[in-house]
Write a protein that binds this ligand. Structure first.
Ligand SMILES: O=C(O)[C@H](CS(=O)(=O)O)OP(=O)(O)O
Length: 237
């Protein structure tokens, strides 16, 4: 098995999607929001591209959440905020979600053999599932507005490190090795380090500090979200 890590939304190549397991990593915040939404009772998350698409899909049985450049969109129920979502149980509802980077990464990699959603919160559960799926793996960091986001790279590095402990023969690209080394070097500075990344600083400016603290927790969830026909559901319902 081989792992490749992709640095930003734009950088992914065709050969890194088809016939592979792809884990979309957007720590701040789309991946963390999706994991948390399924943990808090939503039956599915529907990723959509635009505000209008999200509002058109709204129904009695759904809640609309998302942001553009960090700010909650007009007419939406929630921002892309895992710490707010987790305060309430939403049993049986669908979450319609649109975000600046994460939902676009999901759309770009939708033709993967299996597309999973990962972050710090569910890193070990994702790796376990990727091993079960037994395909080459792409860790697809969404980044932020076309730039590499350190928090995504660190979560990818954590996943490479967990994978290497479980499957010592794993092959990796050099960027995966670099992210693994980076995670091992900086792990003891989590979650505080996330306040100083580009996205972290932006979230602080927009008063979303609770999200940063929450998203930096490692392995607090066993939830593995998977994309099935445009809907994200729990892999083990
Ligand atoms: O959750 C967010 O606020 C970010 C916005 S950005 O990185 O500041 O553009 O969106 P996401 O799609 O979750 O990265």
């Amino acid at each position: 098995m081989r792992i490749d890590t992709v640095a930003t939304l734009e950088d992914i190549q065709e050969g890194q999607i088809d016939n592979r397991t792809v884990i979309v990593i957007d720590v701040l915040r789309a991946s963390s929001t999706i994991v948390t939404a399924l943990e808090s009772g939503f039956t599915s998350v529907i990723p959509v591209k635009t505000r209008n698409e999200a509002l058109t899909m709204r129904s009695l049985n759904s809640i609309v959440a998302g942001e553009w450049h960090g700010k909650k969109l007009d007419g939406f129920d929630y921002n892309n905020s895992p710490s707010i979502l987790k305060k309430k149980i939403h049993t049986g509802k669908k979450l319609i979600l649109t975000t600046t980077n994460g939902t676009r990464a999901i759309e770009k990699a939708a033709s993967a053999y299996k597309l999973l959603i990962g972050c710090f919160l569910n890193a070990s559960a994702c790796v376990k599932e990727a091993i079960n799926l037994n395909r080459n793996l792409t860790l697809y960091c969404a980044g932020t507005r076309s730039e590499f986001a350190l928090e995504d790279g660190l979560a990818a590095g954590l996943m490479v490190s967990i994978m290497r402990n479980r499957v010592p023969s794993i092959e990796t690209c050099d960027f995966s090795k670099a992210m693994e080394a980076c995670y091992l070097q900086l792990a003891n500075r989590l979650p505080h380090l996330l306040y100083s990344t580009i996205t972290g600083k932006r979230l602080v400016k927009n008063l979303n500090t609770e999200d940063i603290k929450y998203c930096g927790h490692v392995d607090i969830s066993n939830m593995v979200p998977i994309l099935i026909e445009n809907r994200i559901v729990s892999i083990h319902p």
